[in-house]
Design a protein around this ligand. Sequence first.
Ligand code: MN
Length: 232
Amino acid sequence: MIYVISDLHGYPFEGFMELLKKAGFSDDDFLYALGDVVDRGKNGIDYLLWFKEQNNAELLLGNHEVMMRKCDFLFHPDAIELMEKLDNDQRVNLGIWMYNGAEETIRGLFAISQEKRQELFRYLCTLAPYRTVKVGGREFVLTHSGLRDFSPQKSLDDYSLHDLVWNRPELTDRYYEDKMVVFGHTPSWKFGEEYEGKIIITDTWIDIDAGAGRGLSPVLLRLDDMAQFSLG
Ligand SMILES: [Mn+2]
C-alpha cells in the first residue's frame, strides 16, 4: 500500500515511528514524504538520515530542503572557517534559511561527522520535486506545495522548482479532472481554525500538512483506501 505524509518539520522522531507502527506500515508498503522534514523542530537531521537509508520510503523536495542545499558551504569539511568569509549570495542564502527556522537543523548538522554531512549533501541533491503514482486505478500527483500557475495541459516537467515547492494554494483552486494532487507546505490551520490538525480533501486536491511544524500530530494518509492515521 502507498502512504503519504508531509511537513514533519523535525517532529519528534519516536512519534513518527509510532505513527508508522499504528498504520501497520511494513516492508511491502511504500511511503512518500512530500518535503520539509527539516527545520522548526529538533529532529530534522534524523529524518534525512533515515529516509536516505530506506528502500521503501522516498523524501521529495520541500522548500526547506531547497533552502538547505543552497547553503552548500555548511556541508564543507571546513564549514566553520568558511562561515567567516561568506560572499554576499552565501550570506543571503543562509539568512533566508535561518529566517525560516533552520537553527535546530544547523545544530544537528554540526553534531554529525564530517563524512555524514557530505553524504547528506549528496543525498539532498538527489531528491525529486514531484512523483506520480497510480493506486488502485487512481492517479495521484505528489508535490510539496501543489502547482503554481496550473494548467491541465502543462507537463509536470514544465513547472519550475519554485512552482512546485513555494506555491500557496487557495481553497477554491482546482487541478486535474482525472487525477488528484497531493501536497503539504500550507498547514491546514491557515485555511481556517476549523481545519486545525486535520487534512483537507477537496475534489481535485488533498492538503496533508496537518500542522506538525506547530507541534500538532502529523497525519499519515494511505492512498489505497484514504485511511488516516494520527497520534492521540
Ligand atoms: Mn514548505
